[in-house]
Design a protein around this ligand. Structure first.
Ligand code: NDP
Length: 433
């Protein structure tokens, strides 16, 4: 912690993991004696670099690029790239640290990493995005590779950016190395269901949690925050399973559509036109835009925070509970603040932390890597079946670990304990610490 001053999100993630693995370390003192806990906290490598680029008016901009290669005990470094003005080293470290345990939980052979830049893609032209991505990759490419480090998308990095980044890697290395990036277009090495995987996975996890109480998604009302990759496909899966998702949001406000969000319209607005949620409201009678409230004020039984970190606060949790929420599944990474998590759990609300609930995205990325390595292409339903069974496994691992370590029903403890043991055992076996 002393080495990482001024990184509050990293400290928050660290505290959550370290507190929840206390019962593991008590039973297995070797994790402390071997120094594995200390080793896990320190990234194997952190890369920071200058990203100069020229806008359409000819003005030069300089952003900062990051890649934190956190842990490779279980496999090549794996984790997304985020382009958002709030990005700094502490944010990337928190995301990279979380990624280690999430990736371990999937049972796939992938290590943990995260990267990105403080570049803001909003309002930038296609050519500006392309030039930025090319400049970013001109430095990062030397640190990547299918056996070394395999990035993917995250906030602000979707199919378009991945295309530009992959294209620049191919040009610089003279290699069409499919396995060095995931989330690629399906025409050129991408896997079916990767686009849908994180949102679908968060809903599958919700389904598993509800099943432990003999409940299901059908007939329930859900609120979702965000309107990006995760939120759109969470909404789609909720509706497919007979639930009614009635909200979406972006940094300008949130929309309520009591009839249930029209997913095709939302995709058109956000994915095709790159518009705002307000553009949805102007084309959908009966829906409304709210710019001065909190999406968590809308009464519902299920909640899916799917935008960004620390977006669901203690006061929001109080409101959710008062409105009768029964379960929360985190599509985003660390969207719920620690005091809000505690309150929800005390109130008996089922709570799925992001590192378990949103693991479907990276798990499907690992399937993309397998398909690339074996030059296979699975169809949509085969890929979705695999995702579904992986999410059931992730749920089972977290559920059983929580029971085993004396915290039944506490998925935070369960996910952290199960993920930690897999990585820690691999580190000890490899003498990496
Ligand atoms: P997108 O860029 O596709 O969408 C992000 C959404 O969240 C947008 O609607 C955006 O609105 C909103 N948002 C982002 N930052 C803020 C902010 N500071 N305040 C208010 N709204 C904000 O990203 P993803 O859907 O891919 O990612 C969402 C979350 O899910 C992140 O936490 C990410 O780390 C996590 N995640 C994503 C995975 C994936 O496969 N994509 C995998 C696992 C986790 P606006 O456009 O106005 O900024």
């Amino acid at each position: 912690v002393a080495r990482s001053t001024g990184e509050p999100e990293f400290h928050q993630a660290l505290r959550e993991v370290l507190e929840s693995i206390a019962p593991v370390v008590e039973r297995h003192p070797e994790y402390l004696e071997t120094g594995v806990v200390e080793g896990l906290v320190e990234p194997e490598r952190q890369i920071m670099f200058r990203v100069p680029w020229v806008d359409d008016q000819g003005t030069v901009h300089v952003n900062r690029g990051y890649r934190v290669q956190y842990n490779s005990a279980l496999g090549p470094y794996k984790g997304g790239l985020r382009f958002h003005p709030s990005v700094n080293l502490g944010i990337i470290k928190f995301l990279g640290f979380e990624q280690i345990f999430k990736n371990a939980l999937t049972g796939q052979g992938i290590g943990g990493a995260k990267g990105g830049s403080d570049f803001d893609p909003h309002g930038r032209s296609n050519s500006e995005i392309m030039r930025f991505c090319q400049s970013f990759m001109s430095e990062l490419y030397r640190h990547l590779g299918e056996h070394t480090d395999v990035p993917a998308g995250d906030i602000g990095v979707g199919a378009r950016e991945i295309g530009f980044l992959f294209g620049q890697y191919r040009r610089l290395t003279n290699r069409h190395e499919s396995g060095m990036f995931t989330g690629k277009g399906v025409l050129w090495g991408g896997a079916q269901v990767r686009t849908e995987a994180t949102g679908y996975g968060a809903v599958y996890f919700m389904e598993e949690m509800l099943a432990t109480k003999n409940e299901g998604i059908e007939g329930k009302t859900a609120i979702v925050s965000g309107s990006g990759n995760v939120a759109i496909y969470a909404i789609e899966k909720i509706q497919q399973l007979g639930g009614r998702a009635i909200t979406a949001s972006d940094s300008s406000g949130y929309i309520v559509d009591e009839a249930g969000i029209d997913v095709e319209l939302l995709k058109q607005v956000k994915e095709v036109e790159r518009g705002r949620v307000s553009d949805y409201v102007s084309r959908r009678p009966g829906s409304r835009l709210i710019t001065d409230g909190r999406v968590w004020d809308v009464p519902a039984q299920l909640a899916f925070p799917s935008a960004t970190q620390n977006e669901l606060l203690l006061s929001d949790a109080q409101r959710l509970i008062a409105n009768g929420v029964i379960a929360v599944s985190e599509g985003a990474n660390m969207p719920t603040t620690p005091d809000a998590v505690e309150l929800l759990q005390e109130a008996g609300v089922l709570f799925a932390p992001g590192k378990a609930a949103n693991a479907g995205g990276v798990a499907t990325s690992a399937l993309e890597m397998s398909q690339n390595a074996s030059r296979q292409r699975w169809d949509f339903s085969q890929s979705e079946d695999r995702l579904h069974s992986i999410m059931k496994d992730v749920h089972r691992s977290a559920y059983e670990a929580a029971e085993h370590y004396g915290a039944p029903g506490n998925y935070v403890v369960g996910a952290n304990a199960a993920g930690f043991r897999r990585v820690a055992d691999a580190m000890i076996a490899q003498g990496l610490i």
